[in-house]
Write a protein that binds this ligand. Structure first.
Ligand SMILES: NC(=O)c1ccc[n+]([C@@H]2O[C@H](COP(=O)([O-])OP(=O)(O)OC[C@H]3O[C@@H](n4cnc5c(N)ncnc54)[C@H](O)[C@@H]3O)[C@@H](O)[C@H]2O)c1
Length: 337
């Protein structure tokens, strides 16, 4: 299986390392607007350097990974979809909603195999949390991503990254959707004070309240004011059950006492690529976050960001009609296609 990469930065290097560790998978090549980055990745993991996405696609990849920063999504995906090539996209799938809705509609029309890098869903403790919650409705969830500003130039600019909730806390929001259900309404506040980084215009901290369609309530806290990653995860309360879930493990407390189940984040990062590759090869069917599912997480993250920006509550679509909305008309589909 020959994989092409669009983008050659930090996460692309991780995928290149994981993918080339699989049997019968190799890099066809990579393209990046910074040719030096593409060269460095190809020198380490193999494959050719292509001047652009068109040339990469012309070489006939079996799958393409789109690993660009949030603001750069859109054109690469459109070209990959037009070529009918299975596509893995890093989260967040875009900086805005229009791009994500448009790409989702194109994916659906093409019937394309997709995957998105929400690798937390491959933590075995997430399955354990789902099992524990299967017969106990969640009453409350408290999610948090309390961290530093990551060392990439585009991160602290709202129009480049979407801000900390969209860019980072999206992993937590994705798990919140999985474990608690769809959010009907959010109200959020940002502090309006950017972190001390050149050109920053994002909020340093954001606090949101979430009202779920099920009646559950929750909160999300995001911060980028530290110099270390302090905490990323969620607390879930159901009747007689408290779960504390992070990338490195799950702590369960119930009437029988407390137990901790460790987890391996690296294993989840390998599993997300393994599941996509197997699905493309037709030997597996365990892609847990195809593009349409990531779109729903993107809508939630952007609703939190919008509420923090405007100071007003934002309602979200929660029924089946929420699947694909505005962009469907743009690409000439009916909503039940
Ligand atoms: N799932 C995860 O665990 C995880 C981890 C890290 C990063 N990410 C996500 O991956 C994305 C990229 O992050 P990163 O850390 O690799 O960033 P990065 O800045 O290290 O790399 C991005 C690369 O994309 C290139 N690029 C920008 N625009 C491009 C375009 N139009 N065409 C081709 N290349 C382009 C840049 O030159 C750069 O080399 C972000 O959205 C981030 O959230 C996900």
């Amino acid at each position: 299986m020959r994989v092409g990469l669009v983008g050659a930065g930090g996460v692309a290097q991780r995928h290149a390392r994981v993918l080339t560790g699989f049997e019968d998978v190799h890099l066809l090549g990579v393209t990046d607007v910074a040719p030096g980055a593409a060269r460095a990745l190809a020198d380490t993991y193999g494959g050719r350097v292509f001047p652009g996405v068109a040339e990469l696609l012309a070489a006939g990849p079996d799958a393409v990974y789109v690993c660009v920063p949030p603001f750069a999504h859109g054109p690469a995906e459109e070209a990959v979809i037009a070529a009918g090539v299975p596509m893995f996209v890093e989260k967040p799938v875009a900086v805005d909603l229009d791009t994500a809705e448009r790409i989702a509609a194109l994916v659906q029309r093409a019937g394309l195999r997709t995957g998105v890098g929400h690798h937390w869903r491959y933590l075995h403790v997430v399955q354990e949390a789902r099992r524990l919650l299967a017969d106990r409705p969640v009453r409350m969830v408290n999610g948090a991503w309390l961290d530093k500003v990551p060392p990439v130039t585009w991160w602290a600019r709202r129009d480049r990254s979407g801000g900390p909730v969209v860019e980072q806390a999206a992993h937590v929001l994705d798990l919140i959707r999985l474990l608690v259900g769809e959010v009907a309404e959010v109200t959020a506040y940002g502090d309006g004070a950017p972190p001390p980084v050149d050109g920053a215009d994002i909020d340093s901290v954001t606090a949101a309240t979430l009202r779920f369609a099920s009646g559950a309530v929750g909160t999300l806290a995001a911060a980028c004011v530290l110099t270390w990653k302090h905490r990323a995860g969620l607390e879930i309360l159901a009747d007689g059950l408290a779960l504390s879930l992070a990338e490195d493990g799950l702590t369960v407390r119930d009437a029988d006492g407390e137990r901790h189940l460790p987890a391996d984040p690296d294993a989840a990062r390998v599993a997300v690529d393994g599941a996509f590759v197997d699905a493309v090869r037709g030997v597996g069917d365990d892609v847990r976050v195809p593009y349409a599912e990531a779109l729903r997480t993107q809508r939630l993250a952007l609703a939190v960001a919008e509420s923090a920006r405007t100071g007003r509550p934002v309602a979200l679509p929660t029924g089946p009609a929420a699947r694909l909305t505005a962009a469907v008309a743009d690409v000439g589909m009916t909503t039940d296609a």
